[in-house]
Design a protein around this ligand. Structure first.
Ligand code: 6CS
Length: 318
Protein backbone atom coordinates (compact mmCIF):
# COMPACT_ATOMS: atom_id res chain seq x y z
CA UNK A 1 0.00 0.00 0.00
CA UNK A 2 1.03 3.59 -0.54
CA UNK A 3 -0.06 6.21 1.99
CA UNK A 4 -0.04 9.65 0.38
CA UNK A 5 0.77 12.32 2.99
CA UNK A 6 0.13 16.00 2.16
CA UNK A 7 2.05 18.86 3.79
CA UNK A 8 1.24 22.57 4.06
CA UNK A 9 4.95 23.31 4.12
CA UNK A 10 7.98 22.83 1.88
CA UNK A 11 11.10 20.71 2.32
CA UNK A 12 13.20 22.02 5.22
CA UNK A 13 10.14 22.55 7.43
CA UNK A 14 8.96 20.97 10.67
CA UNK A 15 6.06 19.29 8.84
CA UNK A 16 8.52 17.77 6.36
CA UNK A 17 10.86 16.46 9.08
CA UNK A 18 7.87 15.12 11.01
CA UNK A 19 6.62 13.33 7.88
CA UNK A 20 10.08 11.82 7.25
CA UNK A 21 10.28 10.44 10.81
CA UNK A 22 6.69 9.16 10.52
CA UNK A 23 7.53 7.51 7.18
CA UNK A 24 10.59 5.77 8.65
CA UNK A 25 8.59 4.35 11.56
CA UNK A 26 5.63 3.17 9.45
CA UNK A 27 7.77 1.59 6.75
CA UNK A 28 9.90 -0.20 9.32
CA UNK A 29 6.97 -1.46 11.39
CA UNK A 30 5.08 -2.67 8.32
CA UNK A 31 8.15 -4.52 7.02
CA UNK A 32 7.90 -2.62 3.78
CA UNK A 33 4.20 -3.45 3.15
CA UNK A 34 3.39 0.25 3.40
CA UNK A 35 5.18 3.06 1.60
CA UNK A 36 4.57 6.62 2.77
CA UNK A 37 4.70 9.16 -0.05
CA UNK A 38 5.37 12.69 1.19
CA UNK A 39 3.74 15.48 -0.84
CA UNK A 40 5.08 18.88 0.25
CA UNK A 41 3.58 22.30 -0.48
CA UNK A 42 4.13 23.05 -4.14
CA UNK A 43 4.10 19.37 -5.16
CA UNK A 44 0.35 18.79 -4.67
CA UNK A 45 -0.30 22.48 -5.57
CA UNK A 46 -0.28 25.62 -3.48
CA UNK A 47 -3.89 26.46 -2.70
CA UNK A 48 -4.71 24.97 0.68
CA UNK A 49 -8.37 24.39 -0.14
CA UNK A 50 -7.20 22.02 -2.90
CA UNK A 51 -5.26 20.05 -0.29
CA UNK A 52 -8.19 19.90 2.13
CA UNK A 53 -10.52 18.91 -0.74
CA UNK A 54 -8.14 16.08 -1.66
CA UNK A 55 -8.17 15.01 1.99
CA UNK A 56 -11.97 15.02 2.09
CA UNK A 57 -12.22 13.09 -1.18
CA UNK A 58 -9.57 10.57 -0.10
CA UNK A 59 -7.21 11.41 -2.99
CA UNK A 60 -4.66 12.38 -0.30
CA UNK A 61 -5.73 10.33 2.74
CA UNK A 62 -3.34 11.89 5.29
CA UNK A 63 -2.55 15.58 5.57
CA UNK A 64 -1.67 18.44 7.82
CA UNK A 65 -4.30 21.14 8.24
CA UNK A 66 -3.71 24.28 10.31
CA UNK A 67 -4.59 27.95 10.11
CA UNK A 68 -6.37 27.80 6.76
CA UNK A 69 -8.54 24.86 7.86
CA UNK A 70 -11.22 26.97 9.55
CA UNK A 71 -13.43 26.98 6.45
CA UNK A 72 -13.46 23.17 6.44
CA UNK A 73 -13.47 22.49 10.21
CA UNK A 74 -14.47 25.71 12.03
CA UNK A 75 -13.78 24.18 15.47
CA UNK A 76 -10.13 23.67 14.45
CA UNK A 77 -9.59 27.40 15.03
CA UNK A 78 -9.35 26.46 18.71
CA UNK A 79 -5.67 25.86 17.93
CA UNK A 80 -5.28 29.55 17.08
CA UNK A 81 -6.33 30.95 20.47
CA UNK A 82 -3.65 33.00 22.18
CA UNK A 83 -2.49 32.64 25.79
CA UNK A 84 -4.30 29.39 26.49
CA UNK A 85 -1.69 26.63 26.42
CA UNK A 86 1.03 25.95 29.02
CA UNK A 87 4.37 27.72 28.62
CA UNK A 88 6.10 24.37 28.37
CA UNK A 89 6.11 23.27 24.74
CA UNK A 90 6.34 19.50 25.31
CA UNK A 91 3.56 19.68 27.84
CA UNK A 92 1.41 21.43 25.24
CA UNK A 93 2.04 18.53 22.84
CA UNK A 94 1.15 16.02 25.55
CA UNK A 95 -2.09 17.77 26.46
CA UNK A 96 -3.24 18.14 22.87
CA UNK A 97 -2.49 14.48 22.15
CA UNK A 98 -3.96 13.15 25.41
CA UNK A 99 -6.93 10.81 25.06
CA UNK A 100 -8.93 13.25 27.17
CA UNK A 101 -8.64 15.91 24.45
CA UNK A 102 -7.75 14.22 21.14
CA UNK A 103 -10.19 11.32 21.57
CA UNK A 104 -12.98 13.43 23.08
CA UNK A 105 -16.31 13.32 21.25
CA UNK A 106 -16.20 17.08 20.84
CA UNK A 107 -12.86 17.08 18.99
CA UNK A 108 -13.42 13.85 17.07
CA UNK A 109 -16.92 14.85 15.92
CA UNK A 110 -15.75 18.28 14.82
CA UNK A 111 -13.68 16.50 12.17
CA UNK A 112 -15.74 13.33 11.63
CA UNK A 113 -18.84 15.31 10.74
CA UNK A 114 -16.76 16.57 7.78
CA UNK A 115 -15.50 13.11 6.75
CA UNK A 116 -12.17 13.55 8.54
CA UNK A 117 -10.44 12.04 11.58
CA UNK A 118 -8.02 14.08 13.74
CA UNK A 119 -4.99 11.85 14.37
CA UNK A 120 -2.65 14.17 16.25
CA UNK A 121 -1.76 17.77 16.99
CA UNK A 122 1.80 18.79 16.16
CA UNK A 123 3.09 21.96 17.85
CA UNK A 124 5.71 23.49 15.54
CA UNK A 125 7.14 26.11 17.90
CA UNK A 126 6.10 29.54 19.15
CA UNK A 127 4.49 31.90 16.70
CA UNK A 128 6.89 34.83 16.44
CA UNK A 129 5.94 38.28 15.15
CA UNK A 130 8.02 40.23 12.67
CA UNK A 131 7.58 43.83 11.53
CA UNK A 132 9.60 46.78 10.32
CA UNK A 133 9.14 48.50 13.66
CA UNK A 134 9.53 47.58 17.27
CA UNK A 135 6.40 46.09 18.87
CA UNK A 136 6.21 45.94 22.64
CA UNK A 137 2.69 47.20 23.32
CA UNK A 138 -0.76 47.09 21.72
CA UNK A 139 -0.19 50.79 20.88
CA UNK A 140 2.80 49.75 18.77
CA UNK A 141 0.55 47.34 16.91
CA UNK A 142 -2.15 49.90 16.26
CA UNK A 143 -3.29 49.78 12.62
CA UNK A 144 -0.43 47.45 11.65
CA UNK A 145 -1.25 45.43 8.55
CA UNK A 146 -0.04 42.18 9.97
CA UNK A 147 -0.58 39.09 7.85
CA UNK A 148 -2.60 36.26 9.41
CA UNK A 149 -3.61 32.90 8.00
CA UNK A 150 -7.16 32.74 6.60
CA UNK A 151 -8.86 32.26 9.95
CA UNK A 152 -11.59 34.38 11.59
CA UNK A 153 -10.26 33.68 15.06
CA UNK A 154 -6.83 35.04 14.17
CA UNK A 155 -8.38 38.12 12.60
CA UNK A 156 -10.43 38.66 15.79
CA UNK A 157 -7.32 38.16 17.93
CA UNK A 158 -5.18 40.69 16.07
CA UNK A 159 -8.06 43.15 15.87
CA UNK A 160 -8.32 42.82 19.65
CA UNK A 161 -4.61 43.75 19.82
CA UNK A 162 -5.42 46.84 17.74
CA UNK A 163 -3.83 45.69 14.47
CA UNK A 164 -5.44 45.66 11.02
CA UNK A 165 -4.86 42.00 10.06
CA UNK A 166 -4.85 40.96 6.40
CA UNK A 167 -4.80 37.51 4.85
CA UNK A 168 -2.34 36.58 2.12
CA UNK A 169 -1.51 33.13 0.70
CA UNK A 170 1.65 31.54 2.08
CA UNK A 171 3.31 31.44 -1.34
CA UNK A 172 2.64 35.14 -1.98
CA UNK A 173 3.75 36.35 1.40
CA UNK A 174 7.43 37.00 0.65
CA UNK A 175 6.71 39.49 -2.12
CA UNK A 176 3.82 41.03 -0.15
CA UNK A 177 6.22 41.75 2.72
CA UNK A 178 8.91 42.96 0.36
CA UNK A 179 6.52 45.36 -1.34
CA UNK A 180 4.98 46.52 1.91
CA UNK A 181 1.47 45.20 1.23
CA UNK A 182 1.86 43.38 4.52
CA UNK A 183 3.70 45.20 7.32
CA UNK A 184 4.10 42.28 9.68
CA UNK A 185 4.10 38.52 9.78
CA UNK A 186 3.50 35.69 12.25
CA UNK A 187 5.36 32.39 11.86
CA UNK A 188 7.39 29.90 13.83
CA UNK A 189 11.10 30.76 13.59
CA UNK A 190 11.89 27.91 11.19
CA UNK A 191 9.34 29.27 8.69
CA UNK A 192 10.67 32.83 8.89
CA UNK A 193 13.98 31.27 7.82
CA UNK A 194 12.74 28.50 5.49
CA UNK A 195 10.65 30.94 3.41
CA UNK A 196 13.17 33.80 3.63
CA UNK A 197 10.61 36.14 5.26
CA UNK A 198 13.20 37.46 7.73
CA UNK A 199 15.16 38.97 4.84
CA UNK A 200 12.43 41.55 4.32
CA UNK A 201 11.62 42.35 7.98
CA UNK A 202 13.61 44.36 10.57
CA UNK A 203 12.31 43.18 13.95
CA UNK A 204 11.50 39.77 15.35
CA UNK A 205 9.34 39.81 18.49
CA UNK A 206 8.83 36.87 20.85
CA UNK A 207 5.56 37.28 22.78
CA UNK A 208 5.04 33.56 23.53
CA UNK A 209 1.34 33.97 22.84
CA UNK A 210 0.84 30.61 21.14
CA UNK A 211 2.59 27.87 19.27
CA UNK A 212 1.88 27.11 15.65
CA UNK A 213 -0.16 23.89 15.75
CA UNK A 214 -0.50 21.56 12.78
CA UNK A 215 -3.40 19.12 12.92
CA UNK A 216 -2.53 15.74 11.47
CA UNK A 217 -5.71 14.49 9.81
CA UNK A 218 -6.90 11.37 7.96
CA UNK A 219 -9.74 10.81 5.54
CA UNK A 220 -12.41 9.02 7.59
CA UNK A 221 -13.38 6.33 5.02
CA UNK A 222 -9.71 5.56 4.44
CA UNK A 223 -9.01 5.39 8.17
CA UNK A 224 -11.98 3.16 8.93
CA UNK A 225 -11.06 0.77 6.11
CA UNK A 226 -7.56 0.19 7.56
CA UNK A 227 -7.12 -3.32 9.01
CA UNK A 228 -6.99 -3.34 12.84
CA UNK A 229 -3.26 -4.09 12.92
CA UNK A 230 -2.54 -1.08 10.68
CA UNK A 231 -4.71 1.18 12.83
CA UNK A 232 -2.77 0.02 15.89
CA UNK A 233 0.54 0.53 14.12
CA UNK A 234 -0.55 4.03 13.14
CA UNK A 235 -1.60 4.84 16.71
CA UNK A 236 1.63 3.54 18.25
CA UNK A 237 3.59 5.61 15.72
CA UNK A 238 1.61 8.74 16.57
CA UNK A 239 2.31 8.12 20.27
CA UNK A 240 6.06 7.94 19.56
CA UNK A 241 5.86 11.05 17.41
CA UNK A 242 4.71 13.27 20.32
CA UNK A 243 8.22 13.36 21.81
CA UNK A 244 9.96 13.14 18.43
CA UNK A 245 7.86 15.98 17.03
CA UNK A 246 8.82 18.14 19.97
CA UNK A 247 12.51 17.28 19.49
CA UNK A 248 12.26 18.18 15.80
CA UNK A 249 10.59 21.55 16.32
CA UNK A 250 12.89 22.51 19.21
CA UNK A 251 15.99 21.74 17.16
CA UNK A 252 14.70 23.34 13.95
CA UNK A 253 13.63 26.56 15.64
CA UNK A 254 16.90 26.88 17.62
CA UNK A 255 19.12 26.22 14.60
CA UNK A 256 17.17 28.49 12.27
CA UNK A 257 17.33 31.34 14.77
CA UNK A 258 21.12 31.07 14.58
CA UNK A 259 20.95 31.09 10.77
CA UNK A 260 18.78 34.21 10.84
CA UNK A 261 21.20 35.94 13.26
CA UNK A 262 24.18 34.95 11.10
CA UNK A 263 22.62 36.15 7.85
CA UNK A 264 20.89 39.36 8.87
CA UNK A 265 20.92 42.19 11.37
CA UNK A 266 17.28 41.68 12.31
CA UNK A 267 16.65 42.91 15.85
CA UNK A 268 15.35 40.32 18.26
CA UNK A 269 13.04 41.34 21.07
CA UNK A 270 11.68 39.20 23.89
CA UNK A 271 8.66 40.70 25.62
CA UNK A 272 8.87 40.55 29.40
CA UNK A 273 6.06 39.31 31.60
CA UNK A 274 4.60 42.77 32.09
CA UNK A 275 4.57 43.46 28.35
CA UNK A 276 3.00 40.08 27.61
CA UNK A 277 0.27 40.67 30.17
CA UNK A 278 -1.20 43.52 28.12
CA UNK A 279 -1.66 41.26 25.08
CA UNK A 280 -2.89 38.43 27.30
CA UNK A 281 -5.64 40.63 28.70
CA UNK A 282 -6.77 41.64 25.20
CA UNK A 283 -6.75 38.00 24.03
CA UNK A 284 -8.98 36.80 26.83
CA UNK A 285 -12.41 37.85 25.37
CA UNK A 286 -11.50 36.14 22.08
CA UNK A 287 -12.29 32.80 23.76
CA UNK A 288 -15.93 33.88 23.75
CA UNK A 289 -15.63 34.93 20.11
CA UNK A 290 -14.58 31.35 19.38
CA UNK A 291 -17.57 29.90 21.24
CA UNK A 292 -20.00 32.29 19.54
CA UNK A 293 -18.51 31.42 16.19
CA UNK A 294 -18.46 27.62 16.40
CA UNK A 295 -21.16 26.74 18.94
CA UNK A 296 -21.65 24.04 21.55
CA UNK A 297 -19.27 21.37 20.24
CA UNK A 298 -16.43 23.87 20.07
CA UNK A 299 -17.24 25.10 23.56
CA UNK A 300 -16.96 21.54 24.84
CA UNK A 301 -13.58 21.11 23.15
CA UNK A 302 -12.37 24.40 24.66
CA UNK A 303 -13.60 23.41 28.14
CA UNK A 304 -11.82 20.04 27.94
CA UNK A 305 -8.64 21.77 26.83
CA UNK A 306 -8.81 24.40 29.59
CA UNK A 307 -9.33 21.69 32.20
CA UNK A 308 -6.29 19.77 30.95
CA UNK A 309 -4.20 22.93 31.02
CA UNK A 310 -5.34 23.78 34.52
CA UNK A 311 -4.29 20.35 35.75
CA UNK A 312 -0.92 20.55 33.99
CA UNK A 313 2.35 20.84 35.87
CA UNK A 314 3.67 24.13 34.60
CA UNK A 315 0.33 25.89 34.57
CA UNK A 316 -1.19 27.97 31.83
CA UNK A 317 0.39 30.94 30.09
CA UNK A 318 -2.86 32.67 31.03
O1 6CS B 1 1.52 30.97 7.45
C1 6CS B 1 1.13 30.04 6.75
O2 6CS B 1 0.23 30.16 5.93
C2 6CS B 1 1.79 28.67 6.90
N1 6CS B 1 2.86 28.72 7.86
C3 6CS B 1 3.34 27.60 8.35
C4 6CS B 1 4.51 27.61 9.25
N2 6CS B 1 2.77 26.42 8.08
C5 6CS B 1 1.60 26.25 7.25
C6 6CS B 1 0.83 27.56 7.22
O3 6CS B 1 -0.22 27.54 6.33
Amino acid sequence: DTWRFGLEETEGSVQYAYAEAFKDLIEEKSDGDITVQILPYGVWGSNYSALYDALQSGAIPISFGSGFLGGTVPESQLMSLNYVMPNDQLETAEILNSDAFMQSDAWQQSFRSRGLVPLAAVPEGFQVWTANKEIRTPEDMKGLQIRVMDNSLLRATYQAYGAAPITIAYGELYSALQQGQAEGNIQPVFAHENMGFYEVQDYMIFAEQAQFIGNLIANQDWYEALPDDQQEMLQSTLDEMVQKGNDIQTQFNAERLETIKDNSDIKIIHLDEQERSRFRELARPVRQVYVDMVGERGKQALDILLKQVEESKSGSSD
